[in-house]
Design a protein around this ligand. Structure first.
Ligand code: HEC
Ligand code: HEC
Length: 474
């Protein structure tokens, strides 16, 4: 019931629910146990029948006291909201293992005479990820804005350069729908690109991920056992999380709707199941149909959610300057929809691994593309380091990009990968603000404002509200 204590600290109501659950079952939460979030209740469905806290996912396997559930919190749809991080900080005066120097602080070593700084974790839910650059790079990288003094560090003995980027914990749930593991795909050690190998490769990837997480986040000096890794992976793979109840729309599976985590657990998936970039016959833009039965509901708010779903599926977007898409297809302008990128049915990540740069890491003060600059201005960008990347090899030679997160390029060293990361799963959103890999959108309103400008949607205020209302119910 550790997470109940954590939830209770921030949310009185969750505390009441947790107390009730304690009376029912001491060691496991019943399936679909509701947790209060910003617009209703979120819940998690486990294929084992209950959410048991007995396994190694909840055990300290390293040296700093952290468990997987330190950052993957059930009341936050197995992610970590900034509000939760701040509540834990307040309740423990920063002594909770979440605030380990290694990646909880903006820099693991404090500036002389200063205390460790946890501002990005407390206010934006961001964890520092230190990535060592490959030895061969097509570009030069320099930090032009370095607010914390460890944006780019060079090892004096090896000359290796390490870049610090700051990313949100991605939810450890709904994992059976992944086509890439981690925002930059670095844990996709076996590709998730075919139906026949999907199940086995996903196990390999998640097991590798759990090993690295134990060594990096939990600072383990001895690796977890194979049995522990297997238990962690089978536990997390059995989970589906989604918004269950919306304060205004009510039960999200009422009146023929298919919201909620239990339905989600029945949704089929294999890589490429709905490929927006493949042959037209293999793609339906109607990625979400869970609220279509609400189109003619007697309830005005439910009709708004259903309209929001339709906007998501069909509203025209003018997609320009997206690295990984416009350049890859050789089309300066792509007339698409939200589902051009979010194409996995009922889930919304990309059903094949297609890392993209939509501009969420661009720095407003350095940006030269007026559309991207106007879009990023809609966001509450945290104070992140800014890197200047000058491409000096290959077809993009001469191109200069300013970004707070070079994304996949940190792994490959290629200019074409600068800023690229995966499209994210869009479930349980209301429980885990802020949004985008770097927490740049404080709210779903900001997400929609960003897209409205970025892809010239010209949404009316009503359409904007419908889309927001829909996203809240996922
Ligand atoms: C200190 C916080 C922290 C801890 C502890 C932690 N994680 Fe994470 N987790 C993250 C962050 C941050 C990311 C995203 C990193 C990125 O995209 O580069 C992540 C990503 C993931 C993902 C990828 C999901 C996806 O959509 O690609 C999985 C799975 C996951 N973690 C499982 C675990 C497991 C299992 C453990 C325990 C062994 C664990 N995590 C411990 C912060 C944490
Ligand atoms: C050109 C591709 C593309 C289009 C079009 C697109 N998205 Fe995204 N979306 C992405 C990518 C890539 C990310 C991850 C970006 C990041 O983390 O910085 C993302 C992230 C998101 C997130 C954040 C999820 C989270 O967990 O933080 C939301 C919400 C979202 N998109 C909604 C939408 C909506 C609504 C539309 C249509 C108005 C849309 N997207 C159109 C590619 C796209």
């Amino acid at each position: 019931m550790k997470m109940c204590k954590a939830a209770a600290r921030s949310l009185a109501v969750a505390g009441v629910f947790c107390a009730a659950a304690l009376a029912v079952a001491a060691l496991a939460l019943p399936n679909l146990f509701p947790f209060l979030d910003s617009s209703g209740f979120v819940s998690t469905y486990s294929s084992t029948g209950s959410f048991s806290e007995n396994g190694p996912f909840f055990q300290s396997l390293g040296t700093n006291g952290r468990t997987c559930s330190t950052c993957h919190v059930i009341s936050n749809a197995m992610g970590l909201s900034a509000a939760h991080a701040e509540a834990v900080y307040e309740a423990t005066k920063g002594r909770d293992p979440l605030f380990a120097a290694v990646d909880g602080a903006v820099c693991p070593i404090a500036a002389p005479g200063q205390a460790l700084n946890f501002s990005l974790l407390r206010h934006n839910g961001l964890i520092r990820i230190g990535l060592t650059l490959p030895s061969t790079l097509q570009f030069t990288i320099t930090a032009v804005h370095d607010p914390y003094g460890c944006a780019l560090e060079t090892d004096p003995s090896t000359g290796e350069q390490t870049v610090s980027v700051y990313r949100r914990p991605l939810p450890a749930t709904n994992l059976g729908f992944l086509s890439a593991v981690m925002w930059d795909g670095r844990e996709t050690v076996s590709p998730l690109n075919s139906a026949s190998t999907f199940a086995a490769n996903l196990l390999t990837d998640l097991s590798h991920q759990a090993l690295d997480a134990t060594e990096d986040h939990a600072q383990a000096t001895t690796p977890p056992t194979t049995a522990q890794l297997n238990q962690i992976v089978s536990f997390e793979l059995g989970l589906n999380s989604a918004q269950e109840i919306d304060f205004q729309a009510g039960l999200l599976n009422a009146e023929g709707a298919n919201g909620g985590a239990q339905f989600l657990s029945t949704v089929p998936f294999y890589p490429g199941i709905n490929d927006s970039l493949g042959p037209p016959s293999q793609f339906s833009p109607n990625v979400f149909t869970i609220y279509s039965n609400w189109m003619h509901s007697g309830d005005a708010y439910r009709r708004s959610v259903a309209r929001g779903e339709q906007i998501f599926n069909t509203m025209p977007l003018t997609i320009t300057n997206v690295r990984g898409l416009n350049d890859a297809l050789g089309q300066a302008v792509i007339n698409g929809t939200c589902t051009t990128c979010h194409d996995t049915p009922a889930v919304g990540d990309h059903s094949l691994a297609v890392p993209l740069e939509i501009g969420t890491s661009r720095a407003v003060n350095y940006e030269t593309d007026p559309t991207i600059q106007a879009a990023v201005s809609q966001l509450s960008m945290p104070d992140l380091p800014v890197f200047q990347i000058v491409c000096n090899a290959g077809p993009d030679t001469g191109e200069v990009t300013y970004t707070s997160d070079p994304g996949k390029a940190l792994l490959t060293g290629l200019c074409t990968d600068v800023g690229r990361g995966k499209g994210l799963i869009l479930r349980g959103l209301a429980a885990r603000a802020p949004y985008f890999h770097n927490g740049a959108a404080a709210t779903l309103d900001e997400v929609v404002d960003f897209y409205n400008v970025r892809f010239q949607m010209n949404l009316t205020p009503q359409q904007e509200q419908d889309l927001i209302n829909f996203l809240k119910t996922l």
